[in-house]
Structures are given as structure tokens and as C-alpha cells.
Design a protein. Structure first.
Ligand SMILES: Cc1cc2nc3c(=O)[nH]c(=O)nc-3n(C[C@H](O)[C@H](O)[C@H](O)COP(=O)(O)OP(=O)(O)OC[C@H]3O[C@@H](n4cnc5c(N)ncnc54)[C@H](O)[C@@H]3O)c2cc1C
Length: 371
């Protein structure tokens, strides 16, 4: 019997939506999202930065997909009228010959990512409120309106015939005779569909969705939740560009940085807080102000504490725990003999937003070789 769909995608965050957009060009696609809105978990709780691709381990998916994804994303924003701006960013260092800054500069050169080394005087000219001895300017870094981006992915996927369902929860799936038999929970009750292939793009719930598909998740890399908080800074922006300190050890985070939104409002964050459980608590405690102030004042000495307001938090789905070296994105092919094709996307933390179109292309290519 033919399947109802060629592909079912579990999860309507930016990655699921980008996959639906790419795959619906020549396949029948069903995407299910449990919430009332697409992209209401990690995809709407981030810095909305289009990363240049400077930071990631050589040869990693994070590096290649970020660089390719950045180019694709700027082109997509132009084509589909998604508000965005190539703001450029400064990565600032406390000493003129800081080895970590030298390392980033060399890496950028090797990857053909344009950067410019700035002295203390040049920093003061461009950013009078920033104090640093040296900086690397990355002109390719930018910001985008991630909500409009996701809306355009949704609209284009639907225009190509994809069925995108909100308020629909994936309950379980069983592979039989080369097809996935899937149970979904909607407000009208439970119903079943069949699909030839399945993509697990469930973000923080990736391991839960895998279990519901019968996978042995003890074979998967362990999933750690790592929260990042943001504070907004009231009033006129003290900066003209995004300002980043040097990244944290083990790349747990990129350091508490200053980003601008498209309206010119500054926000600081995210910090890194590994969570002891998998609760999705997004509260931002005002007591974090002291920690934020200390970090920010290292490059913005005139920070006015009274202008910092708790804003929002996001949770990174990490495959590395505290103190462990950073892990790459994982595209895990479920190899159970009886299974129809199933790809689990694991650990899609930053730069997932920047990488989304390139990752979706990679998934499309993977599925094509399996036909
Ligand atoms: C603090 C922070 C800052 C970041 N900053 C940046 C940045 O500046 N630039 C950048 O490139 N990246 C950034 N990222 C990374 C980026 O946000 C993520 O990589 C990206 O949003 C991941 O998207 P996703 O679709 O995989 O996950 P999600 O957005 O979490 O989507 C998964 C979806 O699956 C749904 N789902 C789960 N289980 C089920 C089920 N059983 N049935 C139906 N639906 C289900 C969920 O409801 C959810 O909507 C940041 C991340 C964080 C946390």
C-alpha cells in the first residue's frame, strides 16, 4: 500500500520548517508541531544572529553548515523580504596579543571569512563606549527577524504542497513493511498516518521522540540542557555593532555579548547554566544582574546597572556536559533492520539558526541517496 506521505517531520522549529521547505520541492511532506505556534521553543529564544562561522571545530558540521547556511540565509532574506541587517561584529580582547584572538584570526583566514584586526584606537573610533586592547571585526555577521524567517519557510513549504499541522503531537511510530505507522494526537483526538520516511527535528525533545519511535536511546549521545538568560538594556544603543567577548572555554557559550535587534534595542546574553534536569523553565532571575554586570563591564565600563532588565531565556540542547569539549551536530541514521528510513537530528544548538537552510539541504541529499 502506498504511504500517505513521503516524509513526516516531527517538530516545527526552524530546522523542521527548513526541512519541510527543502523537501516539499519534490516530495509530499507532513510536519507536526505540538504547540499553538511554530518555532515557539528554542527557535524563538535565541540571539537572532547570523554567524560568520569563525568559532567551530575544523571540519565539523557546525563549521561547514554555518558558513554555507549564512550565505544561503542572506540570499533567502533578500528573496523573501525577511528583515535583516549585516551589522558586523567586534570580538574584543583584553590584551593586544591575546592568543585566542590570534587563533580566531588565523582560522578566519584559512576559511576565507573576512575579518579585520583593530587596535585600541581603532576600536575607540568605531565604538567609543567599548574598552578593549584589540578586536577582530567580522563584517559578515548580522541579525535577522527569525519570526518572519520561519513564517516565510512555512508559507513557501505550504505553497509547494506541504501539510504543516500545529497543535499536533507525535505520540508513537512503528516501522512495518518499510513504512512508518504513526499515531498523532490532535484536539479532535488521535489519528494515524503512514510515511515512508521520518525526520526527528524535535530539538529539546529529540530523545523522547526517538524513544517513541522504538529507538534505544542508550546508544545516543547524552542530551544536556543548558540555559542561557538575556537582559535588555533600556534606552539608546551604546553600540554600533554586535560586541562579543572571547568565547567561553570548551565553547559552552560565546560569552555574554551585546546584540542589537532590528529596532536598535540592545540585549545582553546569553550566559551558560547547565540544568540538573530536563525541565523547560525559562525564568530569568533578577539576581543574575550582578553576574551580568561583571561580565559586561569588562568591555563596557560605563554600563548603567539600572538600565538592565530581565528579558527571556533559551535552552541549548547540548551533547556535551559541563567541562566536556564541544560536540558537533549529529545526524543519526536509525539502522534498525525493520525500520523504514529515520533520521534523528541531535544537539542542534548554535549555530542552528544560521545553518538551517544548509542543514535542510544536507538532509534532502541524505534522503535522496536512500531512495
Ligand atoms: C540561548 C540561545 C541562543 C542562540 N543563538 C543563536 C544565534 O544567535 N544564531 C544561531 O544561528 N543559532 C542560535 N541558537 C541556536 C538555534 O536557536 C537553534 O539551533 C535552533 O533554534 C534549533 O531549532 P530546532 O528546530 O532544532 O528546535 P526547536 O526550535 O526547539 O523546535 C523543535 C520543535 O519540536 C517540537 N516537538 C517536540 N516534540 C514534539 C512532539 N512529540 N510532537 C510534535 N512536536 C514536537 C517542539 O514543540 C519544538 O517546537 C541559539 C540557541 C540558544 C538556546
Amino acid at each position: 500500500m502506498p504511504a500517505d506521505f513521503d516524509v513526516i517531520i516531527i517538530g516545527g522549529g526552524v530546522i523542521g520548517l527548513a526541512c519541510a521547505h527543502a523537501l516539499s520541492a519534490d516530495r509530499s511532506v507532513l510536519l507536526v508541531e505540538q504547540h499553538d505556534l511554530f518555532g515557539s521553543e528554542t527557535s524563538s529564544r535565541n540571539s537572532e544572529v547570523i554567524h560568520a562561522g569563525l568559532y567551530y571545530p575544523p571540519g565539523s558540521l557546525k563549521e561547514s553548515l554555518c558558513i554555507e547556511g549564512r550565505k544561503r540565509l542572506y540570499a533567502f532574506c533578500e528573496q523573501y523580504d525577511v528583515p535583516h541587517r549585516k551589522t558586523g561584529k567586534l570580538i574584543v580582547a583584553p590584551s593586544a596579543d591575546h592568543p585566542a584572538l590570534d587563533h580566531l584570526e588565523q582560522k578566519a583566514r584559512g576559511l576565507n571569512i573576512p575579518t579585520e584586526r583593530l587596535s585600541r584606537e581603532e576600536i575607540s573610533e568605531r565604538e567609543p563606549n567599548v574598552r578593549a586592547e584589540a578586536a577582530l571585526f567580522s563584517p559578515e555577521t548580522g541579525i535577522l527577524d527569525s519570526h518572519t524567517y520561519m513564517l516565510r519557510l512555512q508559507q513557501e513549504a505550504e505553497r509547494q504542497g506541504a501539510l504543516l499541522m500545529k497543535r499536533t503531537r507525535y505520540l508513537r511510530g512503528k516501522a512495518e513493511n518499510g513504512l512508518w505507522h504513526i499515531s498523532l494526537q490532535t484536539s479532535d483526538g488521535e489519528f494515524r498516518v503512514t510515511s515512508e520516511r521520518m525526520i526527528n527535528a524535535a530539538g529539546l525533545h529529540s530523545h523522547d521522540v526517538a524513544k517513541r519511535s522504538g529507538a534505544d536511546t542508550s546508544l545516543f549521545p547524552r542530551l544536556h540542557y543548558c540555559r542561557g538568560h538575556y537582559f535588555t538594556y533600556n534606552g539608546k544603543s551604546p553600540f554600533n555593532h554586535l560586541i562579543y567577548p572571547l568565547p567561553e572555554k570548551d565553547l559552552a557559550g560565546l560569552g555574554i555579548h551585546a546584540t542589537l535587534d532590528l529596532g536598535g534595542q540592545v540585549r545582553f546574553g546569553p550566559d551558560t547554566e547547565f540544568m540538573s534536569d530536563h525541565s523547560r523553565v525559562y525564568e530569568v532571575s533578577p539576581t543574575l544582574k550582578t553576574k551580568f554586570c561583571r561580565a559586561i563591564s569588562s568591555y563596557f565600563p560605563n554600563v548603567d546597572v539600572s538600565q538592565l532588565q530581565p528579558a527571556y531565556a533559551g535552552i541549548r540542547p547540548k551533547l556535551s556536559g559541563p567541562g566536556e569539549s564541544t560536540q558537533d551536530f549529529v545526524i543519526f541514521r536509525d539502522n534498525r533492520a525493520e525500520a523504514a528510513s529515520l533520521l534523528h537530528l541531535l544537539g542542534i544548538e548554535s549555530p542552528g539558526l544560521t545553518s538551517s537552510l544548509a542543514l535542510a539541504d544536507k538532509i534532502t541529499a541524505r534522503l535522496s541517496t536512500e531512495t
